[in-house]
Design a protein around this ligand. Structure first.
Ligand SMILES: [Zn+2]
Length: 340
């Protein structure tokens, strides 16, 4: 347990589109010995702290012993000015429009931007190292999802001091037709929201066309980051994780260069996973579930996504569907006229 204390943590950043199973993957990784998951850390200054949202352990953020200790070690307490600075820096350096600048390792953004990027990485470094110390883990899983955020934290280059952690991407992808269907179907209550959570208390639900376009844009960005940034990236399909969780987890850990000893995946069965409570922040309500959870692909979209919407999403994401093997096993709209 103490192996990682004081050491340089390896941050595994889950990048991908919402409703792709990132909360589940985050927790499956966080349950590996020597690993810890922190949820969508990017939401800490934005909503978790201001709304005193519930941690994955069930406690309010302010009452969670784990996060209190992390705050004490990282910033001498959860100082709201410090968190506000983190949010401001994020606006400055970790938004989508900064991706081209970030891909050049901060070099062409001017001195001020490079300094802001350096500050951002240093602040996160304190946070990640404190998480590693308090948990005793060497691997910290951050499920913040947005590509620009992961890039801003993972990019290294001249003018940027060592932030004291290394970052690798896991790009979790799910068939965009399943993603679009999931977004159109549900409006989840967000139980972590405070009593006065207001508009944030319900997850946003975009139209199918919009989610397909955004999905394609996000995957383009992830692919570009994978090619250009020098940050290691592993791609995992949600469908493989659900169908063959042990194989998918083993392959992921191996590709990440993490040695998985026999027994490290004892919590992962052939068709289920056994999870205890974690301290994951924000994200999917599924983070409150624990015990043995059945894993099965959520493929209701194959029956229930209306044909017109299915055609639209297929057309909008076709190169990706081909590249990720999503047109192979299943009936595609062109070969299954009853569905498409
Ligand atoms: Zn907690």
């Amino acid at each position: 347990m103490t192996e990682g204390v004081g050491a340089r943590p390896r941050v595994i950043y889950l990048g991908g589109f919402g409703r792709s199973g990132s909360t589940l993957l985050e927790r499956m990784l966080g349950a590996v010995p020597g690993w810890v998951n922190v949820g969508e850390l990017v939401d800490l200054p934005r909503s978790v702290l201001p709304d005193d949202e519930r941690c994955g352990c069930g406690e309010r953020f302010s009452s969670c012993a784990f996060w209190s200790e992390v705050g004490r070690r990282a910033y001498a307490g959860w100082d709201t000015d410090r968190l506000r600075r983190l949010a401001d820096l994020r606006t400055e350096v970790a938004r989508q429009r900064q991706v081209p600048m970030l891909l050049r390792a901060g070099r062409t953004g001017g001195r001020r931007l490079t300094e802001a990027l350096g500050d951002y990485q240093q602040d996160y470094g304190r946070l990640y190292r404190a998480v590693a110390e308090v948990s005793g883990a060497s691997y910290v899983v951050d499920a913040s999802k947005g590509p620009a955020q992961g890039l801003a934290l993972g990019v290294r280059g001249p003018g940027l001091a060592d932030p004291g952690f290394d970052l690798s991407f896991v790009n979790l992808v799910r068939d965009p037709r399943g993603v679009a269907y999931s977004w159109s179907r549900r409006r989840h209550a967000r139980p972590q929201a405070g009593a006065d959570g207001g508009a944030r208390a319900t997850m946003w639900s975009p139209g199918v066309a919009r989610s397909a376009a955004e999905w394609a844009a996000l995957q383009s960005e992830m692919a570009l980051i994978g090619r250009v940034s020098g940050i290691p990236m592993v791609r995992v399909r949600y469908e493989d994780l659900m169908a063959e969780p042990r194989a998918a987890m083993t392959s992921m850990l191996t590709t990440l260069g993490a040695r998985a000893a026999a027994g490290d995946l004892a919590h992962v069965g052939d068709h289920d996973v056994t999870l205890t409570a974690s301290h994951g922040l924000s994200g999917n309500p599924g983070r409150f579930e624990h015990g043995t959870l059945d894993l099965r692909p959520d493929d209701e979209w194959r029956r229930a996504l209306p044909a017109g919407e299915r055609r639209l999403v297929t057309a909008a994401t076709l190169p990706w569907l081909q590249a990720y093997g999503y047109l192979r096993a299943s009936a595609s709209p062109t070969t299954a006229p009853t569905q498409g």
